[in-house]
Design a protein around this ligand. Structure first.
Ligand SMILES: [Zn+2]
Length: 415
């Protein structure tokens, strides 16, 4: 099967047998249909809804599709974090923390398929229509300015892709390097620029050289990076969605890295027998016919993608009442968190949460729903010991924030 045969929204993955290595996490047993809103869909994805088991036709493309995002069992926190990040790509990275085999990589890989299409420039210089909207015709190259005036397209759309960085990746790979001399004086774009608008995944953060992690974190935070060479400087867009996994039961994660992820989700394998039985049955179904299995979720994946797009469009209009901003800052200070990144991540995650629920204002409930993801593990290393006390620390934090948010519970921050 070639890349051209892959249906839109899906991605060719190199190792056809890779999903088999992640036994222990599997599909949700039910098929989700007739989604009315993103909130509805989130409710269903997160196990709060009704399901329909109607089987659709087999699309026939086997072994090349990622496991469907909507088919994951459990992992509610992680899926919420990824959905918030999909709605608000500027939020910052998502860290998935859990023991080996819990499905971190499968979930991350499934994430790209739920993202709306990415706007891709047709020009060598990467000019986009949004550049003209922000900076006028001066903001694009002469050729694109001419095209724009002639009504020709500057960009096209392509499905979001999944860039899994290998631990052997070098800084040159990431930022780019000069082309061979026979190809003229051009600088070849690095992976971080090629990944603009797409998903970048670091599988087990501890395996990567610190310089690589720093470069990826920096580009993710800025949304661009700059390359300087003698007599020459260029900046590249790199507004990718960063997802990384860690296994804190084996390797401590240093605080400076932790703190630069907007959201940190805990993943545990499903515990009850029924869920595990469903996991087993659906992992088996997936192994027998991955394409047919993914086809069961195709329409709902399409619906989710459209709803995420709608929530992205809504997001710029989502406001937070000033008194709720002050309450969030007080909460962060009450927890002893010093960096303003804490309240930024928390308030922006709450805005994304409100957008997901179809509102244009943030309620205290949005802050409550996003506090744990945004605020845990911000000031200390994530050691194996800290990992085992995560639940207790989360409960303590929730109690302390409840007092700050309580006055807003009634009126919901609509003022
Ligand atoms: Zn151009």
């Amino acid at each position: 099967m070639s890349a051209e045969d892959v249906p839109e929204g899906w991605e060719l993955i190199g190792d056809a047998d890779a999903p088999r290595a992640h036994f222990g996490l599997g599909p949700k047993p039910e098929l989700i249909t007739s989604v009315r809103s993103l909130k509805d869909l989130m409710d269903r994805v997160l196990g709060r809804g009704e399901y329909d088991r109607t089987r659709q036709e087999d699309a026939g493309w086997a072994h090349v599709v990622p496991f469907p995002f909507l088919a994951m069992v459990g992992l509610r926190e992680a899926r919420t974090a990824l959905l918030l990040s999909a709605i608000h790509p500027g939020l910052g990275g998502v860290l998935l923390a859990g023991p080996s085999g819990v499905g971190k990589s499968i979930l991350a890989r499934s994430f790209a398929a739920i993202l709306p299409p990415v706007v891709r420039s047709l020009c060598y210089y990467g000019c986009l229509p949004e550049d003209i909207e922000r900076g006028g015709l001066e903001a694009v190259c002469a050729d694109c300015a001419r095209k724009y005036q002639a009504g020709e397209p500057l960009a096209t759309e392509s499905p979001a892709r999944f860039f899994a960085l290998d631990p052997t990746v070098t800084l040159d790979d990431l930022i780019g390097q000069p082309s061979p001399p026979d190809q003229g004086p051009r600088f070849r774009k690095g992976l971080l620029a090629q990944a603009d608008g797409h998903v970048v995944y670091l599988d087990d953060l501890a395996r990567y050289p610190p310089l690589v992690v720093e470069a990826v974190l920096e580009a993710a935070a800025m949304g661009y990076y700059t390359v300087q060479r003698p007599g020459w400087t260029a900046s590249y867009r790199s507004r990718f969605l960063l997802v990384a996994s860690v296994d804190p039961t084996r390797t401590p994660v240093p605080q400076p890295w932790l703190e630069r992820f907007a959201l940190r989700a805990v993943l545990h394998p499903p515990q009850d027998d029924e869920a595990r039985q469903q996991v087993y049955e659906h992992v088996r179904a997936w192994q027998e016919d991955p394409g047919g299995f993914a086809a069961l979720y195709r329409d709902e994946t399409e619906a989710l993608r459209a709803e995420i797009h709608a929530a992205r469009v809504r997001l710029p209009r989502v406001r937070v009442a000033p008194e709720l901003v002050r309450a969030a800052i007080q909460g962060v200070q009450r927890l002893g968190l010093r960096s303003p990144r804490a309240e930024y991540a928390w308030l922006e995650a709450a805005r994304a949460h409100a957008a997901a629920e179809g509102r244009e204002y943030v309620r205290a409930a949005d802050l409550d729903a996003t506090a744990t993801l945004a605020l845990r593990w911000r000031e200390t290393d994530l050691t194996p010991e800290a990992w085992t006390t995560t639940e207790a620390a989360d409960a303590r934090r929730k109690d302390r924030l409840a007092e700050v948010l309580a006055p807003f519970a009634e009126k919901g921050g609509e003022a």
